[in-house]
Design a protein around this ligand. Structure first.
Ligand SMILES: [Cu+2]
Ligand SMILES: [Zn+2]
Length: 177
């Protein structure tokens, strides 16, 4: 088992100022990747559009999120079939708290996501249905709001955030009953 984290510094000049982290876990060597998206700083309005999140090819932040390259695309396929195409996320009260399983990216072997980056976009991912070239490359997700480089972390960080995310879900369910 290996754990990875991607810590967002929120240093971009643009609004909103997104902070938080994306965590990954995977069983060696053929387990499916799991991820926790734990992000803050979105507008409080619950009716805003979705925000696309992807893995980009490079872990180079020398020119902010602009130097992270395009979507990580080791097999030369169209968007949204890249391993790090995580789709759209809908913040609630300015936060994203999401646990996803069975993702197609991997942290092992020649196609590892380690050392690459996670990018949070301003707009919704059109999932390749935009009828233009950009749609099949990047989903027309717009500006890059925040980004981070994926590195190794320990188990504790994962366990802590996982219990927070799943507890929140339970509380949410209780509220509705
Ligand atoms: Cu992207
Ligand atoms: Zn993509």
């Amino acid at each position: 088992m290996l754990w990875l984290t991607c810590f967002l510094q929120g240093k971009n000049a643009d609004k909103p100022q997104v902070t938080g982290q994306v965590l990954f876990r995977q069983h060696y060597s053929h387990g499916r990747l799991e991820a926790i998206f734990y992000l803050d700083g979105f507008p409080l309005d619950n009716n805003q559009s979705g925000r696309a999140i992807h893995i980009h090819e490079l872990g180079d932040l020398s020119n902010g999120c602009d130097s992270t390259g395009g979507h990580y695309n080791p097999f030369g396929v169209n968007h949204p079939r890249h391993p790090g195409d995580f789709g759209n996320f809908f913040p609630k009260e300015g936060k994203i708290r999401k646990y996803k399983t069975n993702l197609s990216a991997t942290m092992f072997g020649p196609y590892s996501i380690m050392g690459r980056s996670v990018v949070i976009h301003e707009q919704e991912d059109d999932m390749g249905k935009g009828n233009n070239k950009a749609s099949l490359e990047n989903g027309n997700a717009g500006k890059r709001l925040a980004c981070c480089v994926i590195g190794i972390c320990n188990k504790n960080l994962w366990e802590e955030k996982l219990s927070e995310v799943t507890d929140k879900k339970k509380r949410g369910l209780n509220k509705r009953t």
